[in-house]
Design a protein around this ligand. Structure first.
Ligand code: ADP
Ligand code: MG
Length: 690
């Protein structure tokens, strides 16, 4: 019996050459091949009579070999193998191109089952090209026909049929030796198949023969496999969370002088939601275990203030606090804002990005800088903190479980607060941030007027300019955003540069600024500061302003080529306006032809400003895979499970996983499960390494 981790090369029927081919499909071990599932299924159970075949359909039929011969075309000298079969009511001609060796497989009088796309018709005769076939005498093991047939993604050098045969043989030889790592009572409670059965039925369905359900991923075997994926994911998250609870963290005292002074100077009162969330954070900070909390809420709901207060609490208690942003521009913006808000309190703030001029590393190490704002540079090796007590990660999408662990190592179990600008659907929060406690700011500051959004087409430029003019005349400011063109940063700049030129001509008396990622940091800071202080009327930019920029007097945003932006991004961009007490306008300039998805996105933007609704739509449009890229988030791949379709399974598996970890935090009673958990998380989970 082979071990489940045996390299694929040693599996019967594979060998060195095929193992290379399989490697291309991501199949490296016996485990991998058992978990290499079909991407779709075909129902080839019904055998049609030849005369009942329908043009264009994929059908399965049976006939007796009448002739089998290789012919060579006159012109191109191509070899075609031609097979002719008959049943009692018709003839079928099949062709295989450039495969003269096929002749060996057929003899006159044999009964053959054939499955393929039908061409021709009853008058000119039926035909199939490259059909799958099987000889009738193999009756005990139909693989390619006369059953629900799995279709696998194959690769050059290994045909779908060869791969299917290999899958069939491998499963039959080895599946009975896989041990089910799922606790028995969990399987029972959730009505799930055993692993052996689930694998068998998902590859070669026998008992469960509803091809539509299989294609939708809803068969009992697939359910079990989806559950197990979610379960192992949630188990890892539960462990991560448990580990933190078991560790000693900092117990901060109450709010002190700084926070009180800060609140006194704040020109507005916190919303109820901000107060509630702040209290949740303070409770965490006071507990002697590390905080691990996600703070989310719509753009403009006021997360930054809350974060700042939390940082001041840390500083009040003699610790350093850090705020990490995903881009330099955002880090700079935070730095400017924070600096301005707390300068008077005497707190020392530092900015640390890869392009910062002076890197105040020694001052950070000596604790002379109390709040440190930066990009990923913050978690680089050479950055040493004196006593990091609170680490805040802003606008994170690119920050997964693993990066959070890196950050934690920078201090003695600092409290961690993750903030995301995009509201996240609940299922996604449970998947991506399942190890965190969650706080939501579900209320915007009073007096906000929802932004009016409208789509325009190039023919309507006149209208757009007069709307811009109207706002400028009122003393408001305007953003004009150009898309990021992935393939070429230069092209992207050119668009924005030409755009700025054009607007200079249209509004010759207005002051126009241009900002993009290529401009040096110093200059960028100046431009942003001028826009903020009102010295620039129109800010033309690439998407660098996507997050974090805060200029309440800006009341109009024109997004050029809006059809190229994703929903989350459009929502983020739009969040830059509507921050003051003026009615704001978001104009989406779209260039036809528009695809269906683009039309839908623009429609969604026109009809709602609710970030949660937009996030749901986004998830539905893009699908979970693209929405959150598991690779960068460090969590295991979901191959069978789908967080949109399988929310019920997700919730159930989460409940089971967290209950299990509560009962047995080190999984002592579950060695098999522990091993599988390690495998799925590829050794990235610390607690279960032993
Ligand atoms: P987010 O980071 O959640 O998108 P910000 O923290 O940038 O939002 O806040 C958006 C704007 O609202 C800022 O100008 C901020 O000063 C302001 N703001 C925050 N909280 C309140 C409040 N309670 N009342 C009025 N304005 C607020
Ligand atoms: Mg923000």
């Amino acid at each position: 019996m082979l071990n489940i981790d045996t390299p694929i090369q040693y599996v019967k029927g594979v060998g060195p050459r095929r193992s290379l081919l399989l490697g291309r499909l991501g199949i490296k071990t016996l485990h991998d091949i058992l978990y290499y599932f079909p991407w779709r299924y075909e129902d080839r159970k019904d055998l049609k009579k030849i005369c009942d075949l329908r043009y264009g359909n994929r059908e399965t039929t049976m006939g007796e070999v009448v002739s089998a011969e290789v012919i060579t075309t006159a012109r191109k000298r191509m070899k075609i193998f031609e097979l002719c079969v008959k049943d009692n009511a018709g003839f079928l001609r099949c062709r295989w191109f450039n495969q003269p060796y096929m002749e060996r497989y057929f003899k006159k009088g044999q009964n053959i089952i054939l499955s393929g796309v039908v061409k021709g018709n009853i008058l000119i005769g039926f035909e199939m090209e490259n059909p799958d076939f099987e000889h009738l005498q193999d009756e005990d093991r139909f693989i390619h026909t006369r059953r629900i047939v799995p279709v696998y993604k194959a690769t050059e050098g290994l045909t779908p049929k060869q791969l299917r045969t290999l899958m069939f043989n491998t499963i039959n030889s080895y599946v009975s030796s896989v041990e089910d790592f799922m606790p028995h009572n969990i399987l029972q409670r959730n009505n799930l198949l055993s692993l052996e059965k689930a694998i068998k039925e998902t590859h070669f369905p026998e008992e469960f023969s509803d091809v539509d359900a299989l294609n939708r991923g809803m068969s009992p075997g697939q359910r079990r496999l989806a559950f197990e994926e979610f379960f192992l994911l949630q188990l890892g998250l539960a462990l991560t969370k448990k580990k933190e609870v078991l560790e000693k963290g900092i117990s901060f005292k109450d709010k002190g002088r700084l926070v009180n002074e800060f609140l006194k100077r704040l020109p507005f009162e916190l919303t109820d939601a901000q107060k509630r969330v702040l209290q949740e954070i303070i409770n965490d900070m006071q507990r002697p275990i590390p905080m691990n909390r996600l703070l989310h809420g719509d753009v403009g709901c006021g997360k930054t203030v809350v974060a700042l207060i939390a940082m001041l609490i840390a500083v009040d208690n003699g610790y350093q606090a850090s705020l990490m942003a995903p881009t330099e521009v955002l880090a700079e913006q935070h730095f400017i804002n924070v600096h301005k808000m707390i300068e008077a309190l005497g707190v020392k703030v530092a900015l640390l990005t890869s392009s910062s001029r002076a890197k105040p590393l020694s001052e950070i190490a000596e604790g002379k800088r109390e709040i440190i704002i930066g990009t990923h540079s913050l978690i680089q090796e050479q950055v040493v903190f004196k006593n990091l007590g609170l680490a805040i990660i802003d606008e994170q999408h690119k920050f997964g479980v693993i990066q959070r662990a890196d950050l934690r190592k920078k201090g003695f179990n600092p409290d961690i607060l993750v903030m995301t600008a995009t509201p996240i659907p609940r299922t996604l929060a449970l998947t991506l941030y399942g190890d965190l406690d969650i706080s939501v700011i579900d209320e915007l500051p009073k007096g906000r007027i929802p932004v009016i959004t409208k789509v325009f087409f190039p023919g309507q430029k006149g209208q757009v300019y007069s709307l811009i003019n109207r706002e400028l005349t009122k003393g408001r400011q305007v953003y004009i955003v150009y898309p990021l063109i992935e393939e070429s940063e230069r092209l992207d700049l050119k668009c924005a540069e030409e755009g700025a030129e054009a607007f200079r001509k249209i509004f010759p008396t207005k002051r126009i600024g241009l900002i993009h990622g290529r401009i040096r940091q110093e200059k960028r800071e100046n431009i942003m500061a001028s826009f903020k202080s009102g010295d620039i009327d129109i800010l033309v930019s690439t998407t660098v302003i996507e997050v974090g920029v805060d200029v309440p007097n800006a009341s109009l945003m024109l997004i050029v080529h809006a059809e190229r932006f994703g929903l989350a991004q459009l929502h983020q961009l739009r969040g830059r306006i509507g921050r003051g007490n003026h009615q704001s306008y978001c104009l989406l300039m779209a260039y036809p032809p528009l695809g269906e998805d683009a039309k839908r996105r623009l429609k969604v933007m026109e009809t709602t400003t609710d970030g949660f609704k937009i996030a749901e739509e986004d998830l539905a449009l893009r699908g979970p895979g693209e929405f959150f890229g598991t690779k960068q988030s460090g969590i295991p791949d979901l191959k069978v499970a789908n967080i949109i379709r399988d929310t019920g399974l997700l919730e159930a598996s989460r409940k089971e996983a967290f209950a299990l970890i509560d009962a047995d935090p080190y999984l002592k009673g579950y060695p098999l499960l522990k091993k599988e958990l390690q495998r799925r998380w590829m050794g990235r989970l610390e607690l279960v390494k032993s």
